[in-house]
Design a protein around this ligand. Sequence first.
Ligand SMILES: Cc1cc2nc3c(=O)[nH]c(=O)nc-3n(C[C@H](O)[C@H](O)[C@H](O)COP(=O)(O)OP(=O)(O)OC[C@H]3O[C@@H](n4cnc5c(N)ncnc54)[C@H](O)[C@@H]3O)c2cc1C
Length: 450
Amino acid sequence: MNGKYDLIVIGAGMAGIAAANKCASQGWKVAIADPLPYGGTCALRGCDPKKILRRGAEIVDAARLMRGKGIEDDGLSINWSDLMTHKHGFTDPLPQRMEDGLMGNGVETLHGHARFTGARQIEIDGTSYEAERFLVATGARPRTLEFPGHEHLIDSTEFLNLDALPERVLFIGGGFISFEFAHIVARTGSSAVIVDRGSRPLKSFDPDLVELLVDRGREVGVDLRRETHVVAVERADRGFRVTVERDGASETIEADLVVHGAGRVADLAGLDLDSAGVQWGERGVSVGGHLQSTTNPAVWAAGDSADTAGMPLTPVAVSEAKVAASNMIKGTTSTPDYVGIPSAVFTIPELTRVGMLEAEAREQGIDLEVRYSDTSGWYSNYRIGEGTAAAKILVDRSSDRVVGAHLIGPEYGELINTFGMAIKLGLTTRQLKSATAAYPTVGSDLGSML
Ligand SMILES: Cc1cc2nc3c(=O)[nH]c(=O)nc-3n(C[C@H](O)[C@H](O)[C@H](O)COP(=O)(O)OP(=O)(O)OC[C@H]3O[C@@H](n4cnc5c(N)ncnc54)[C@H](O)[C@@H]3O)c2cc1C
């Protein structure tokens, strides 16, 4: 048994690393553990690598949009293997840099799978460690699927490491992972099918804008099958045969690759939280407002493995980790603030959201004004030939404040941040309109969306 730690962080993703560094900077004896290279999902297996692969798709798409407008795109193509090498150029050196940073801050770095053996004790590869506190920051994993042949599926991590992209890719689930990957696949020239059991994909985004995205996807070859259930996946002569059912009728779809995009759950099963008396479920460790376990005061949780009101996003994970760390250091004083945190689906073009959905605002009885603009003909989109772009801004008439903003269009992943700030700071549309943006930038379109 090693000496007792003030804090052991379980999981070296963005949440775990942020908390470990913060507590170590207070002079605490801190250790962090992960069986995988340090950096977590976002940096190594999620946000960052996917957006590098998307860059290839963006360039191809941008050139195609300018076809007949001064750009000859004949022969332009994505070299998947080179694009993947470009991705590795970012992801491969990162774990060592992360670990060096932690060690430089005095954090002890451990490698292995942690599991609880008592209320204040864990074991990693046969060695026991004791601490005053633990932060569970183990992230999320793909939901377990039950249909026959589910073992043939690859997950998002494997997709982001493919050496070669086959011709026919089928995605199961109509969430952001399937849509983002399908939009990349379609620009490589391969076919992309998304099978979704619901009638409405991307449920946490504005339904009107989602329909625009579905139409735009169809134009580039993303085939969305709604209200369709996967019954089985079997090996075929070439690739896989996926049996699906819609309205009681069954059909088979041939694919070379079947990708799991059917949701993620908190990655807690191997932690033996029951041995520590920690209550948990599929959504994560049960925590109170201060991110402390509801059943074991020595255990805290943050990020995708904590059952909170925050979305499973990197900025949420980091801010929760900082709140948990601050509460451990100072006593339970702060709670996470989820107001004005934007999210984006990095399709081409991107779909973004911050604040309330229209239906949520109406349910709350807000005196709502919906300001909808088809921005596809606006200068910014004309310039680059993009025909799919729109904004839906939700304004509370009684206060003139923005309560929700929903955008689809090129570079709107940047623009949504301004709306996020407006919501966070409670700015009125009058105040927002009074700010002047550099022209001609996409930011200068904001005033006209209000
Ligand atoms: C494909 C994909 C794309 C995404 N894109 C975006 C995006 O564009 N923007 C965005 O904001 N979010 C995105 N996300 C979500 C984002 O990646 C997560 O919200 C974020 O990484 C959560 O951080 P975390 O620190 O809670 O967990 P993670 O980063 O998942 O880190 C958890 C770590 O815990 C480790 N661990 C698990 N069990 C144990 C154990 N028993 N012992 C020790 N260590 C353990 C894991 O190995 C892992 O390294 C994406 C996710 C995926 C899968």
